[in-house]
Design a protein around this ligand. Structure first.
Ligand SMILES: *Cc1c(COP(=O)(O)O)cnc(C)c1O
Length: 476
């Protein structure tokens, strides 16, 4: 407890400047200019109240309050309160399309288009030819059809929405046949059986987890069947004694029985990635050619664009989907369309894609180039961390992420930080991980095998310079 006597306390209180005097002071003019009267007034009142409360509770540390001191604390409070919660980080996790870190990074063409759409009116739903009301899908559907070979296309908020809308429009109160091996859950809260019931469709499971045969689909078809559906297994792989029925076999069966096949491709690439040494995935065009009547895929996975769900396929089915009331609820905003169009246009020059499309540039970055970056950053990080940690540049493997198979890995390079005295140092590694996460621009790595691993695949030149600056500052 304090030695502040009643008389001293009264004297301290009497010297507290009034709110009016504080607000009118020269010190506060700058704050008022930056933050406006409402916020500053609120923060000043809070600061004075809390000062009075600690003085009254007899906090011995309380001394006379002056305006300059008050200004510093109010300014710090306001600055912190107005900091954006969505912050840039360094993605050194080794997962290029990291869902929790925002997936695809967009090329500058898309950024510029978004800025225009944000700051200037645009023909979002306005037909410049007729002067009448237009359809926002018209801005982009021809381009999607050109790149996929589909008859028609539409775009919604994300691929989960694309699947929900497709099932709601085409299979409500009816049955959808899916192999048990494809009833997947994709990163938190997207589960095929749940989406199916939300859409009002009945799931008809066929086959077993590891093996499904064409005859299983054939026998399940009945008067209630609306659709046959295939789902990309995305984030898991079944190996060993397995049998999956390919689209080439399912499509003719469905069509012979007058039914449609929908394929949820997940990542949905528009180009054959194996030409750059990446894992082979069926492209959207190949899926359409193999007989899929509808294909759904994400905009911000391998495609490298903004968050969106693309639905392509037969004209009559797309028309039905577009008429469903959920389409209006799940439609994309103008920022999405603005960003998506220039990304799709990049695909018209496939030979330039590894240069221009950020996602593909990161995925195809050579391990040699990444090694050079690791060798440049290594001494800076070592100096910043001091002698308690040992930093080494070492080869490692990156993942594509976002539903490309987790077993597909890309040779990369990065920094491996171990506790210097050779102990396993679990607690020290956690402390280091936290320290990096709390930097001005947080550095996100991962702990594995008693080391903190920082994969530099996603650290391109400008970011590398910024990371080096930040680490140099941390040392000082
Ligand atoms: C990722 C994924 C989804 C969900 O896509 P979002 O764009 O994240 O909504 C759905 N199905 C499959 C197969 C996926 O891989």
């Amino acid at each position: 407890m304090s030695d502040v006597s009643g008389a001293e306390l009264r004297a301290l209180m009497a010297r507290v400047p009034s709110v009016e005097k504080v607000m009118a002071s020269a010190e506060f003019a700058v704050l008022l200019g930056a933050y406006g009267r409402t916020q500053v007034l609120g923060a000043v009142r809070e600061a004075l109240d809390s000062w009075r409360a600690s003085a009254q509770s007899g906090d011995a540390c309380v001394s006379a309050l002056d305006v300059a001191q008050l200004k510093n604390s109010v300014e710090a409070e306001l600055r912190q309160r107005n900091e954006s919660r969505l912050r840039s980080v360094f993605n050194l996790t080794g997962t290029v399309l990291h869902t929790n870190l925002g997936r695809a990074l967009l090329p500058d063409e898309a950024v510029q288009a978004v800025i225009r759409a944000l700051t200037q009116p645009a023909n979002l739903e306005f037909d410049l030819g007729t002067g009448k009301r237009g359809d926002r899908d018209d801005l982009i559907d021809e381009l999607i059809c050109e790149l996929t070979g589909a008859e028609a296309a539409t775009v919604v908020n994300n691929n989960a929405a694309a699947v929900l809308l497709t099932l709601s429009a085409l299979a409500s109160k009816k049955e959808v046949i899916v192999s048990r091996g494809e009833l997947v859950e994709i990163g938190g809260a997207f589960r095929i059986p749940d989406i199916m019931s939300r859409a009002g469709a009945r799931l008809r499971e066929v086959g077993t987890t590891n093996r499904t045969h064409l005859k299983d689909y054939d026998e399940a078809i009945g008067p209630q069947t609306a659709l046959l559906m295939k789902v990309h297994a995305s984030n898991y792989a079944i190996s060993g004694f397995t049998k999956e029925v390919s689209l080439d076999e399912i499509a003719p069966l469905a069509h012979a029985r007058g039914l449609a096949v929908a394929v949820d491709l997940g990542s949905g690439t528009l180009v054959d990635l194996s030409q750059w040494g990446l894992p082979r995935e069926a492209t959207v065009r190949e899926t359409v050619e193999a007989g899929a009547d509808l294909v759904t895929f994400s905009g911000d996975k391998l495609l490298g664009g903004p968050q969106a769900g693309l639905i392509v396929g037969r004209r009559d089915l797309i028309a039905k989907i577009k008429k469903h009331p959920l389409k209006r609820a799940l439609r994309v905003g103008k920022l999405t369309l603005a960003a998506l169009e220039p990304v799709l246009q990049l695909y018209r020059a496939p030979e330039k894609l590894t240069e221009r499309l950020t996602t593909l540039r990161l995925l195809t970055r050579s391990a040699d180039e990444i090694r050079l970056a690791a060798q440049r950053v290594q001494p800076v990080l070592q100096r910043a961390l001091g002698e308690r940690y040992a930093v080494a540049a070492e080869p490692m493997f990156s993942q594509i992420g976002s539903g490309a198979l987790p077993v597909d890995v890309l040779p990369s390079h990065g920094l491996v930080v171990r506790v210097a005295d050779g102990k396993r140092g679990g607690r020290q590694l956690l402390a280091l991980e936290k320290m990096l996460r709390e930097m001005a621009r947080p550095v996100i790595g991962r702990i594995a095998d008693d080391a903190l691993r920082l994969d530099l695949r996603c650290l391109e030149a400008a970011d590398e310079a910024q990371l080096i600056e930040q680490l140099k500052g941390a040392r000082a």
